[in-house]
Each structure stands twice: as C-alpha cells, then as structure tokens.
Design a binder for this molecule. Structure first.
Ligand SMILES: Cc1ncc(COP(=O)(O)O)c(C=O)c1O
Ligand SMILES: [Zn+2]
Length: 399
C-alpha cells in the first residue's frame, strides 16, 4: 500500500507559542530563541489502520513516514537506519525480580543512534535546498552528519573538541567532511563554530537548534511502542543524557501516540549522567526550571560531556511529565557496565550506551525500580571505538 506521506503541518515554539512555517530552513524560534518543534496533522491519520499496517513496512525508521517531516520521497537520504533490535536480558543479578530489555542502536549506520536524527535532518535539509551544513559534535553526531551529507551530496563541516577519540575525526574525514578541532568541550566547540560560520551561509545542524534531528530521535520512542506493545511496554526507560535530544524525542513520540489514541500509559524516562557532568540530574534534584551550566565537566563518556544543554526546559519537562527521575554514576561504574554487557550479554556498548546498565543497579538498590517492573536500557552506541582495558586503566585509582 502506498504511504500517504508526511503529515507535517508547521513548526511551533513551546516557550512562546510562536507558529512558524515549515517550508524553509529555520533555526531556533525567531521570536524567543527556543527550540521549534514540528507539528503534524494527526487528525488526518486513521490511527488504528496505520498501526496495523506498520508490520508490513520496511524495517527502517522511514516506516513512520507520516510522523516524519520529509515530504518528498526523492529527498530521503537513507543508509537503512532504524528498527534496531530489542534484546531480552532476562533478569540480571544487580536488579533481582526486574525484567530487563536493552534496545541496541550500536548496529545502526555510523555506529550510533545519531544516525536517526541526521538521516531525517539531512533529508529535510536537502529537500529545503540547503547545500552546506555544519555541526559541533562530541563525535558521533559529526560522523553521522558526514556520512549522510556524503550520501546527499552536501558539504559538511564538523567542529570536534580536541579530546574526541581520534577515530571519530578520521571517520568524518573519510566521509568527506571538513574537521575543525576546538579546545574545550562541546560548549566551546559550539561557540567557536557559530562564530566561525556567522557569515559562511552554512546551516547549523546543532541538536534542538534546528527542528528535525529530534524528529529522527523520536523514532526511538515509536519503535519501543511498536516492538514492545501493550502490556510489554516498559515501565521505565533508562537513557544516557547529554544534549537531551533523545529524551525530548521519546517524550514527543509518546505524546503523539497518546494524541492518536494508541498509547494507554507512558514509560517513566530516566536521565542517566556521569557524576562528573550531571547538569540535568542536578536541576531535577533541585527542582529548577532550567539546567544551569556544570563547571569543570569531566567524564570518559564523550557524548555525555555536555555541560550546558541547549533546550534545558524541554529536557526537564520530558523527565518530569513522565514521572521519571535522574541518576548519576561515576566513570568506574560506567566502565564496569561496559565490561558486564560485553562478557555477560555479548553486547558491545560505548561508555554512554553502557551507563544505563550501571544506572539500573543503582535504581534497583535504592528501590526506585521495583520487582515485577519492566525496564528498558537504551544502548545508544557501539563499543567498537573503545578499549575497555584502556578505560579501566584510565579510571583506576582514587576517585
Ligand atoms: C553514544 C551517545 N549516547 C548518548 C549521547 C547523548 O545524547 P542526547 O543528546 O540524546 O542526550 C551521545 C551524544 O553525543 C552519544 O554520542
Ligand atoms: Zn519562541
């Protein structure tokens, strides 16, 4: 059956309620500078029919075409991303009585969940006529932008903090992107990129500063809904949080599914952060309205080294509106989780992707997940670029 295509309507700012046309490239809200979000003609979808027809569609994120912003099939730039497996980890000793699943995005093109956002955002950029794109990145987003830009024949420039694993810069270059190395964290890389690009005419693909990467990340929630239907839907999702796009995207997916009448309850979303850079968890504990910058950030998980996430109100809203919470872990717990996932479960996880496994042990110990509950751990990236031995060495000693 032919897909009816995208139901994209307009862009909307949740901070000032501005409505912006979606038919041209746009960054943050022109009125107040916050994130613009895509809104769809959900009323035009026959939800029950759509739901029952999904199983026959290709196993990529493009199966959710109606809820994605790309209007013309010719613009779709795909490497076969999405529909990653959900693995049953059964019961693990650290969380007795809890059913544990793991959604594994380590096998996606370019090795991480960043493929989801970039596949959608690059396709939309191409559709809207953009030619040159740039992004500040902790590594994975840059590699994904480079690969999808190569496929779409667009030019990409990636700004990487100098401590990014060298293999990431190498991959960006291999996909034909320009790489600029910046001293400091992604915060400095972002400031430097925006200054350097102010007059270049290139488009800023920074997460939540442009409206469409989060639409790609939304498919994490859509897939969880489809792969774990009905009573199988997890009670809690543990997600490694840096820029927060994944949490905001999943919350948006659950909201849209709810509006379509397809979701009876929403999983609790937990922000998992390293204790050396935990601005979101701190704001959750303090009850703040936004996330203040974290001074002196440090962690071995490059994607979680985000001291000042951009759309902080939306991240807090994603956690609070689902009755979730925050969890911090030290780097040693994260490396131990990488080891356990690999040698007990055969799962290769990056430090970010392993953090939820460590968080599960802590939440179970503290009674924040309970016996009989179903918890989904989100592995956001492959462990291939990382040596667990080297990370154990690096995190040994007094902490
Ligand atoms: C592997 C991995 N996991 C998690 C994150 C954090 O993602 P988010 O922006 O969705 O919080 C990143 C970001 O770079 C990452 O590379
Ligand atoms: Zn606004």
């Amino acid at each position: 059956m032919a897909s009816p295509g995208s139901l994209l309507d307009h862009l909307e700012c949740r901070a000032c309620c501005a409505i912006v046309a979606a038919d041209r490239p746009v960054g943050p809200c022109p009125t107040c500078g916050h994130t613009l979000f895509a809104e769809y003609h959900l009323d035009r979808l026959d939800a029950a029919r759509w739901r029952s027809g999904l199983a026959e569609r290709p196993a990529t994120l493009w199966r959710y075409r109606e809820l994605l912003p790309v209007e013309h099939s010719e613009a779709i730039t795909t490497l076969g991303e999405g529909f990653s497996p959900v693995l049953d980890l059964g019961e693990v000793p650290e969380a007795p009585g809890v059913r544990v699943s793991l959604k594994d995005d380590g096998g996606l093109p370019t090795g991480s969940f960043k493929a989801r956002g970039m596949a959608v955002a690059v396709s939309r950029a191409r559709e809207l006529g953009l030619k040159e794109l740039f992004v500040p990145s902790a590594g994975n987003a840059g590699v994904a932008l480079a690969a999808y830009s190569a496929r779409a024949r667009l030019h990409a420039r990636v700004y990487l903090p100098e401590e990014t694993p060298p293999s990431m810069a190498q991959q960006c270059r291999q996909y034909g992107a320009e790489v600029v190395t910046v001293r400091g964290t992604i915060r400095e890389a972002g400031a430097s990129a925006r200054e350097a690009e102010a007059r270049s005419g290139a488009f800023d693909m920074s997460t939540l500063r442009e409206p469409y990467r989060v639409e790609g990340k939304k498919t994490m929630g859509l897939e969880i809904f489809e792969q774990l239907p009905g009573d199988d839907l997890p009670d809690a999702i543990l997600y490694p949080t840096g820029g927060g796009t994944g949490l905001v995207g999943m919350a948006k997916a659950f909201r849209e599914l709810g509006a379509l009448g397809l979701l009876a309850r929403t999983p609790r979303l937990y922000a998992v952060q390293p204790s050396g850079c935990a601005p979101v968890v701190r704001a959750l504990r303090e009850g703040g309205a936004r996330v203040g910058p974290w001074e002196g950030p440090r962690t071995i998980a490059p994607g979680l080294l985000v001291p000042a996430p951009f759309a902080s109100e939306r991240i807090l809203e994603a956690v609070r509106s689902t009755h979730g919470d925050g969890v911090t872990l030290d780097d040693r717990e994260i490396v131990a989780a990488m080891r356990q996932l690999a040698d007990r479960h055969g799962v290769s996880a990056s430090p970010e992707g392993a953090a939820p496994y460590a968080a599960l042990a802590r939440l179970a110990r503290e009674g924040r997940v309970r016996q009989g509950e179903h918890v989904l751990l989100y592995n956001t990236g492959s462990g291939l670029p990382f040596s667990i031995d080297a990370l154990e060495q690096a995190t040994r000693g007094p902490s």
